[in-house]
Design a protein around this ligand. Structure first.
Ligand code: G3P
Length: 216
């Protein structure tokens, strides 16, 4: 399963990419608004660092505007994936952009039927938001299971990108279900590095080694 970073923060991306575990980046208007500055320049800089798929979201809400903005975003860098919200206009814009060869990530997916419609028009990715479903006492990962099952039965090339991830268990469950991508805030990736037994084990190894060296 691929791991993407869900952030518009260049410093976070620069810190994580050298570890070799980041396959791409997803952004959204809220994340980009937090960064300030010129969003297109930031997207370009992210693409230069990541050298993998970087989702940049349109803010237009009508299909003509989405297509125009999508083309402009795609022109920033070959790594840009145009992110489009799942609406009637979003589906129409996705069909046009996908037919032109632009990769589209259809976002704000909260049902299996939405994912199916996005796949039918050629989305490169669908982004179901698991955390936001959990937040309203719905089964976020249950939705991933449904979409995996549906996509497995057809020759869709659309990848399932698990989004709105809240903790490491979302990553574990996404991988067990066979999702293609999990996009995570860097705090969630950081949490995956932590295990008390690793810390205790390393401390013991180093103490034993130091004792042996001192006795030589
Ligand atoms: O980028 C889309 C998604 O991952 C947003 O997550 O935490 O705002 O629900 P969140």
């Amino acid at each position: 399963m691929k791991l993407f970073l869900d952030t518009g923060n260049l410093k976070e991306i620069q810190a994580m990419v050298p570890l070799g575990i980041v396959d791409g980046v997803t952004t959204n208007p809220s994340l980009m608004a937090k960064e300030g500055g010129d969003p297109r320049a930031i997207i370009k800089a992210i693409c230069d660092v990541v050298q993998g798929p970087v989702s940049a979201e349109v803010v237009a809400t009508e299909w003509e505007g989405m297509v125009k903005e999508g083309r402009e975003l795609a022109a920033i860098d070959p790594h840009v994936v145009v992110k489009v919200p799942f609406t009637r206009d979003g589906v129409r814009a996705t069909k046009i952009l996908a037919d032109e060869g632009t990769r589209v990530n259809v976002t704000l997916i909260f049902s299996a039927t939405q994912a199916l419609l996005a796949a039918k028009v050629g989305a490169a990715y669908v982004s179901p938001f698991v955390g936001r479903l959990d937040d309203i006492a719905s089964d976020g990962m249950g939705l991933i299971r449904e979409i995996v099952e549906i996509f497995d039965g057809y020759p869709f090339t659309t990848e399932i990108l698990v989004a709105s991830v809240r903790g490491p268990m979302h990553i574990v469950e996404a991988a067990r279900m066979g999702a293609d991508v999990c996009t995570c805030p860097s705090s969630v990736i950081e949490a995956c590095f932590k295990h008390p037994l690793t810390d205790i084990g390393l401390e013991k190894f180093l103490a034993d080694w130091a004792k042996a060296q001192a006795g030589k």
